[in-house]
Ligand binder design. Structure first.
Ligand code: F6R
Length: 605
């Protein structure tokens, strides 16, 4: 949500800030704005809608200066409008903000009573007024920001610039991501690494309730009370090319095709030489928990559901999977001796972070499975396993999902071996098969033309049903989520066996029913469900394993993928469903990488 970039140095910064905002577009937004200090005054330009509108406004009225801030806003308080777009400025102090100020109503009332006049409906504007009020009491910008934030409750990543102290930016963070990029006599502030990758790979991560005073040559970090903090500079393992489309029409397409490579990166160095014991190095003292609870949201939750099959089958440890947004509000029973696994691509999802904190406060050991290095969830967990998918820019998660499943698989094998419940020879055979998945995935990707034909045939459907049983049920859920979020077609994922208890009433000749019917434990049962759907006139698209003549006889359309062990099948089925959703959305002319209303990293609860 909300992209943030700040610059202080010697370059003309408006184009750089605009470029940075473009690199953050994937986070999701509905308006944007930029403030630049022109040597005398702060000049602000804001616009509703895509960055092209801001770009046009800047062409008509260019901003020039070497200190500035820029923001893409995903509306929470107040509709998308120019007035509600950031930066918000009060008496020469401009603020951009990602997050939600929970006590803004009280603060606004208090400030209004003291004479502040509000120009927007946002919670953010209270920060600008608070900083202005503190500055009016004689404080410098840095102290004024600290004092203002001590009065604020909620989540924030902010950057503040003032006409009165023009050579600096002040940034602060609480529960929303923020980094400082270190260049040669220039400094950057951003909500995410891709924004600054063309300029520097040297990055300082800010932690909770920290404030940074940033000039072209210096960075000083303190807590909200001014106590100095030392933060190391790290070199991020990403290149600008990783955040570019590399010849693909969309980031999502590129990321779907990157999956074999991403999987190899996930596995690399995590298998012992004899391929018997995964994760030796990262989890040397792993003890077997009494139970595992997995918490996540959205696509990561689907990976968790698949992980449950893997862990329960291989390690025989009971696994409960919870939506993070539900977990924390029902006083969950969790405590010592239990392992809580938080799965998150961004590592910043507010609900998952809060659920993780809740579980840790009750004594559970927390394992994070994250993609973004040093993200909040990764930092707060007791142990982290990174997915190593590389930057995921498309809003619809693809390579993060398959790499999450990969980490869960390795973890399940390891737990099985440590517990003694998984026979080492079986583990070795499974791991060996797993290492072939990247090349089998390449074969699935070669089916693209067939998938595109299917997409053309079914793109005008208004509803879709996705069915699966066992481990294929979460695959169906994920397939349906992919379709609805980028094509805006209503799609439901359902356990195939439950169909006759209600949803079968929906089926008619208009309804495409996509069935994940790979060979395996529940194959026969799924076939019966396909028959039931067919008997009601449903148009059946079956996702099957090579050479499946039986399903071919019943289904209207068939897509064949390689046959692998049940537990590994989701790596291949998911990829074909991603391709289907992608091509339907693309044929419809939708904005695949930035679907409406969605944000990449959901940092509000
Ligand atoms: C869907 C999607 C979302 C995320 C969810 C959790 O394609 O990307 O459903 O999976 O918002 O995000 P993370 O994994 O960053 O916690």
């Amino acid at each position: 949500m909300c992209g943030i970039i700040g610059y202080v140095g010697s370059r003309d910064c408006a184009p750089l800030i605009l470029e940075g905002l473009k690199r953050l577009e994937y986070r999701g937004y509905d308006s944007a704005g930029i403030a630049v200090f022109d040597g005398t005054r702060l000049k602000i330009t804001r616009s509703v809608g895509k960055l092209a509108n801001l770009e046009k406004a800047l062409r008509e009225k260019p901003l020039s200066g070497t200190v500035g801030i820029g923001h893409t806003r995903w509306a929470t308080h107040g509709k998308p409008s120019e007035q509600n777009a950031h930066p918000h400025e009060v008496n020469g102090i401009a603020v951009i903000h990602n997050g939600i100020i929970e006590n803004y109503v009280d603060l606004k009332a208090e400030l209004s009573a003291a004479g502040s006049v509000f120009k927007s409906e946002t919670d953010t504007e209270v920060i600008a007024h608070l900083v202005d009020q503190e500055a009016g009491r004689g404080k410098g910008l840095f102290e004024a920001v600290c004092a203002a934030l001590r009065r604020v409750r909620g989540a924030y990543a902010i950057v503040v610039v003032s006409e009165r102290e023009p050579g600096k930016l002040v940034a602060a963070k609480n529960a929303s991501p923020m980094i400082v990029g270190i260049g040669d006599d220039e400094r950057f502030i951003a909500s995410d690494v891709p924004a600054i990758l063309p300029y520097t790979r040297q990055v300082m991560y800010m932690y909770e309730e920290e404030v940074a005073e940033v000039t072209a040559r210096t960075v000083r970090v303190t807590d909200l009370h001014g106590a100095e903090k030392t933060r190391e500079v790290r070199v991020v393992d990403a290149t600008p090319a990783m955040a570019e489309k590399g010849g693909h029409r969309h980031f999502m397409h590129k990321e779907i095709f990157e999956q074999p490579r991403a999987l190899m990166d996930t596995i690399r160095g995590r298998l012992s030489a004899d391929r018997k014991t995964p994760l030796d190095g990262e989890m040397p003292g792993l003890s077997v928990p009494g139970a595992v609870k997995i918490i996540a949201c959205g696509t990561s939750w689907h990976a968790a559901l698949i992980g449950k099959f893997m862990i329960e089958e291989l390690a025989r440890v009971p696994v409960e999977v919870d939506l993070a947004s539900e977990f924390r509000y029902r006083d969950p029973i969790v405590g010592k001796g239990e392992l809580v696994v938080a799965i998150s691509q961004s590592g910043e999802t507010a609900d998952t972070l809060a659920a993780l904190r809740e579980a840790r406060s009750k004594g559970a050991h927390a394992l994070a499975i994250c993609n973004v290095v040093d993200s909040s969830i990764a930092r707060e967990a007791d142990t982290v396993l990174y997915t190593r998918a590389g930057p995921e820019i498309g809003v619809a998660s693809t390579k993060a999902f398959v790499t999450q499943m990969a980490v869960l698989f390795l973890f399940a094998v390891r737990l099985g071996l440590v517990s003694g419940r998984l026979d080492p020879a079986r583990a070795q055979a499974l791991v060996r098969e797993f290492t072939h998945i990247p090349s089998l995935m390449e074969e699935v990707l070669r089916l693209e033309q067939k998938v595109q034909d299917l997409a053309r045939e079914f793109m005008h459907a208004s509803d879709f049903l996705y069915l699966g049983r066992g481990i294929n049920y979460p695959v169906a859920l994920e397939g349906a989520l992919k379709l609805k979020e980028i094509s805006y077609i209503h799609a439901e994922g359902y356990p195939a066996g439950e169909m006759k208890h209600g949803p079968i009433a929906l089926i008619d000749e208009e309804m495409p029913v996509l069935v994940v019917a790979t060979r395996g434990r529940s194959y026969e049962k799924v076939l019966s469900n396909v028959q039931e759907a067919k008997a009601r006139g449903g148009r059946i698209i079956a996702l099957v394993t090579w050479g499946d003549a039986r399903t071919r006889e019943i289904a209207d359309r068939v897509l064949e993928i390689p046959d692998v062990h049940d537990l590994l099948q989701p790596f291949l089925t998911s990829v074909s469903l991603q391709l289907l959703a992608y091509h339907i959305a693309d044929l419809k002319g939708n904005d695949v990488d930035q679907p409406r209303n969605l944000a990449k990293s959901v940092t509000v609860e």
